[in-house]
Design a binder for this molecule. Structure first.
Ligand code: NAD
Length: 362
């Protein structure tokens, strides 16, 4: 039995989580598993209940589980609070407390939605890439960071810093992943300019020696941004530092269409992973049963794959989503002419039903 911490959060969080639990229950039935779900509040919901966006009891709960599935956080009611007390702080704190240093963002396209990509059909067809982004170091955390005023001149500085072991562990995550995928790693840096990138490249080369079956390519970040638009199919695993990955993962994700479809996973070592959609709490559509739950359903698929080591189950979810889209069912955000518009909960139910239509699942 797998124990899963469920943190619905704010806005559309509870709806998209409800639809996703339906699908997980479908998996439990089809594959004869039992999932135990333990719910708690984070973000604005936790401020309301506990007076803080993430309390120690919730962190302890997450630590005691096999995986954490999160909806979204963010509530306009708390927009005026200082950054430290806002709902969004919960995610940063959770990542830190669980030591989640690797962020995985897949960009793969459902064939049925190929025309919602901003790129041409022939450029985008069959892309299947995974951005592996270092999440806890680099320029977003480097010290010193400050403003210095000297007379009329004002300077501001941030520090781009990486240590050898930080690079080594994220590189290993990328190579391990590539082993289970198409056996290619593209490591992104700016080694022609940055000292931290030169160390990055050196350490990636060192790790690569342990994975002789994986093809390694180094690419400058500016060229990568261009190649993602020109020929995204050349990529399998894209390995990046924190800031480059922040930018490139959004670029890669948008190749595949809507925000409502994008899943993510954050992993550490010997700690439960955190699985969540890439979008926010969408307060504009909260409580209306119109949100697209597919990003969360696909995050649950990542959870089965990378968190609970249930690969066939993860693949079954993906197939059931593809089948549901093929049948013409769409939520409002991905709706197009001649399709059938359905709500959040119904989308979960359709995907669940389709799990029993997948031939190899018995
Ligand atoms: P958002 O992602 O919540 O919404 C942007 C737009 O996309 C909105 O029009 C929304 O309706 C739409 N959208 C998002 N998810 C959707 C879905 N599943 N189905 C259909 N449409 C969807 O971003 P925002 O509006 O900038 O932020 C809203 C709140 O979410 C803010 O408080 C922000 O801080 C927070 N936020 C949280 C996370 C997170 O929990 N990881 C990430 C980003 C933003």
């Amino acid at each position: 039995m797998a124990k899963i911490a469920i943190l619905p959060g704010d806005g559309i969080g509870p709806e998209i989580i409800r639809a996703t639990i339906d699908v997980l229950e479908g998996i439990a039935t089809q594959f004869n598993h039992k999932f135990e779900y333990i719910y708690d509040d984070v973000g604005g919901a936790a401020i309301k209940k506990y007076g803080s966006p993430l309390i120690k009891k919730t962190i302890d709960l997450c630590r005691s589980c096999d995986a954490v599935l999160l909806g979204a956080v963010g509530d306009p009611a708390y927009d005026t609070l200082p950054a430290e007390q806002r709902p969004e702080k919960a995610i940063l704190q959770l990542r830190k407390s669980l030591g989640l240093f690797a962020n995985l963002r897949p960009a793969c396209l459902f064939n049925t939605l190929i025309d919602s990509s901003p790129l041409k059909r022939e450029t985008i067809a069959d892309i299947d890439l995974m951005v592996v982004r270092e999440l806890t170091s680099g320029i977003y955390f480097g010290e010193p960071r400050q403003r210095i005023a000297a007379g009329v001149e004002i300077k501001a500085l941030d520090t781009m810093i990486y240590t050898n072991w930080e690079i080594e562990r994220i590189a290993r995550t990328a190579f391990e992943l590539a082993q289970k995928r198409h056996k290619k790693v593209t490591s992104v840096d700016k080694a022609n300019v940055l000292e931290s990138s030169r160390l990055w490249r050196e350490m990636v080369n060192k790790v690569a020696k342990d994975y002789p079956e994986i093809e390694l390519q180094h690419m400058y970040v500016d060229n990568t941004a261009m190649q993602l638009i020109k020929n995204p199919r050349q990529f399998d695993v894209l390995l990046t530092g924190n800031m480059f990955g922040d930018i490139l993962s959004d670029e890669a994700a948008m190749l595949t269409g809507s925000l409502g479809m994008l899943a993510s996973a954050s992993l550490g070592s010997n700690t439960p992973g955190l699985f969540e959609p890439a979008h926010g709490s969408a307060p504009d559509i909260a409580g209306k049963n119109t949100a697209n739950p597919i990003a969360t359903i696909m995050s649950a698929s990542l959870m089965l794959d990378y968190g609970l080591h249930m690969k066939p189950e993860a693949a079954a979810i993906r197939q059931a989503v593809e089948m549901t889209l093929q049948q013409g069912y769409r939520t409002q955000d991905i709706f197009s002419k001649e399709m059938t518009c359905i709500g959040t909960i119904e989308m979960g139910q359709r995907v669940k039903e389709n799990l029993s239509n997948i031939p190899h699942v018995s």
